[in-house]
Ligand binder design. Sequence first.
Ligand code: C5P
Length: 242
Amino acid sequence: MNPLITDFRVHAPATPVIVALDFDNASTTLNFVRQLRPELCQLKIGKELFTASGRSLAESLINQGFKLFLDLKFHDIPNTVAAACKAAAQMGVWMVDMHASGGKRMMEAAADAVAHFSSPPLLIGVTVLTSMAQQDLAEVGVSCSIEEQVLRLASLAQQSGLNGVVSSAQEAELLKSRLGDDFVLVTPGIRLNTDNTQDDQRRIMTPKAALASGSHYLVIGRPITQAAAPAAVLSDINLGLL
Ligand code: C5P
């Protein structure tokens, strides 16, 4: 199906693409964003850019009309994560995430903290990073399969009142079948057939295949930000060509 006509229910953006703005300063970021429009993509600020340029850049992007995913992957005691999510909601972000491995009480506290906002951000739990393979998981003491661990953490996130999870698109079909259509699936680790590197990502998929597997949102960084013509790549993804 053409992603532009997919019904995304939650806050219903017209495009599944979230562009990861992994730049190290505000002026490079704002120059890059000039090529984009809010109808063509959502934007994501992560740890690098937020640490460098903080809240003022985030607010400037929101004021330009972009839906903003604040990807700071909170992981702390319940009180601290709840307060951080409340601050994100006050900033007007559209989506914010936390590590589901922080546990049920942490995620419930986060959900409670934003419940009274008229338009709360989507709360998303990070399951297993897309940069991790089975061996990486074993090294941190997790001996089950990646799929089992992703499903365990995603189920916990759902029970705790979160709106969805981050996983690789390789787990999207499984998550959709077990957790239902309304649980939001956000998938990084997207690479184009024309990309000749997977960089540090391990569990990768093309945009078309990821959407066919049930992903609602595709987080895409380097395949767009490092492209010779970023807007053209974005447009081809939106048209379902890549
Ligand atoms: O450049 P690339 O497409 O690999 O960027 C992926 C983006 O998604 C990065 O900003 C990374 O921090 C983020 N991300 C991820 N895996 C997760 C959650 C977020 O790669 N589980």
